[in-house]
Design a protein around this ligand. Structure first.
Ligand code: CTP
Length: 405
């Protein structure tokens, strides 16, 4: 049975000649048991009549943000977005991609896309020179950065009677990407996940603090990926300039003690806790209320220990799956295994920070995953890709009967 069976999908059809091919896609999706809701832009209706999609999907086709509906569906764009297991936009024209990248909500498709937190798959189709234009490249990159899947167009005969890149991808590729996206959303469906990310700041006085170089990027990607896989995610986030992901509940904190408090308040009933934050182990024993004047104090800062959020979670973990992080420079595996046991973790993700180009200030990472009776080296990849591999490993470990992972 297809992973799409019984799932609600929104298919956004835009105004390109490939719109007629989307009729075939909608028909296949319906045959695989999906509940398909087609949203057409005004331009799309110049190429294909709404009736075509109505006949194929057996659902009403939506063409306007102003459609009046009864009861629970009365705010149409919200109802469509919240029910959807995935959003497919095909053919995605240069104009549609630009509007989606910038968050326009002037039509129904734009509004649904803004309200949706489910995975989105975009199948662009346009002339080669448009596809290669820097503006289109930038807009496509913005959608990718948001976690959307882009099914790149193929090379072939275009409507302009010439060969080139820009033809909408074949139906199997588009449906394959959609199935993959939906399959991911089922993995953590109904689960509650807590992620810590970023540095903490330990105040010396109102304007000075002790902190570290963590950007929070790895934890933000882990939170985003968990949400895409269907989890309800609480992200406890230290100070960072990075934007937390869409579809995640973010709790902003400053200090290790605030992070500790935040996590403990959310602890009960969590299915997984991923501690990716670089929590300061120490804080100044005295934090001054007023800005310190240089002549006023002895220039020595005495430190005291902060609570260890992860270790404390580990002491009362219950059935929560615990993922810890470690940064090491030597004897990497031995130190990491000590932390795995010491903090009662199920998995530890280790950075060898002596290697250049990964970790803290980089968009890439390279990690060693270690669990009780195994390990896996993740080769260098984007933090988003690493986050996906970590959740893949968590799924395998959680599915394995105890002692067989
Ligand atoms: N951690 C935490 N609370 C702290 C300190 C660390 O939750 N106060 C978590 C981190 O989020 C990370 C792991 O514990 O998942 C790191 O463990 P730790 O033993 O602190 O590693 P290092 O900081 O690398 O420690 P050390 O300097 O002792 O190697």
């Amino acid at each position: 049975m297809s992973v799409l069976a019984g799932r609600s999908l929104v298919v956004g059809v835009c105004g390109g000649i490939a719109a007629y091919k989307v009729a075939g896609i909608v028909s296949t999706l319906a045959q695989r048991g999906a509940d398909v809701h087609v949203v057409m832009t005004e331009a799309a209706q110049r190429f294909v009549a709404p009736l075509t999609f109505h006949a194929l999907s057996a659902n009403r086709v939506h063409t306007s943000l102003w459609e009046m509906r009864a009861r629970e569906d009365h705010v149409l764009h919200i109802a469509l977005a919240h029910r959807a297991a995935a959003l497919l936009i095909a053919p995605a024209t240069a104009d549609a991609i630009a509007k989606l990248a910038h968050g326009y909500a002037e039509d129904l498709l734009g509004a649904v896309a803004l309200a949706a937190t489910c995975p989105a798959v975009v199948a662009p189709a346009m002339n080669t020179s448009m596809w290669e234009h820097p503006a289109v490249r930038a807009n496509v990159a913005a959608l990718r950065a948001r976690g959307w899947t882009i099914v790149d167009p193929e090379s072939g005969f275009l409507a302009e009677r010439q060969q080139g890149v820009g033809r909408m991808a074949a139906e199997e590729r588009i449906i394959g990407a959609l199935e993959e996206a939906v399959a991911r959303t089922r993995e953590l469906e109904g689960q509650r996940v807590i992620v810590t990310a970023g540095p903490t700041r330990e105040a010396i006085d109102p304007v000075r603090f002790i902190s570290n170089a963590s950007s929070g990027a790895m934890g933000i990607e882990l939170a985003r990926e968990a949400a895409l896989r269907g989890a309800q995610v609480d992200l406890v986030l230290g100070p960072t300039h990075l934007e937390p992901p869409h579809g995640v509940r973010t709790h902003r904190v400053e200090s290790a003690r605030e992070m500790h408090e935040g996590v403990m308040a959310l602890r009960e009933g969590a299915d997984a806790f991923v501690a990716s934050a670089a929590v300061a182990d120490w804080r100044p024993a005295v934090a001054y209320d007023q800005k310190v004047k240089k002549g006023d104090v002895d220039p020595v800062i005495r430190l005291e220990r902060n609570p260890d959020v992860l270790a404390e979670f580990g002491r009362r973990k219950g059935t929560t799956f615990l993922v810890g992080f470690a940064a090491e420079t030597q004897d990497v595996e031995r130190h990491a295994r000590e932390k795995l046991i010491g903090k009662a973790l199920d998995l530890i993700c280790v950075n060898d920070v002596s290697r250049p180009g990964i970790g803290f200030a980089s968009s890439e990472n390279e990690m060693l995953l270690i669990w009780r009776d195994g390990s896996e080296a993740l080769p260098r990849a984007s933090k988003r890709e690493i986050a996906a591999r970590i959740w893949d490993r968590v799924a395998v470990l959680r599915a394995a009967p105890k002692g067989e992972s």
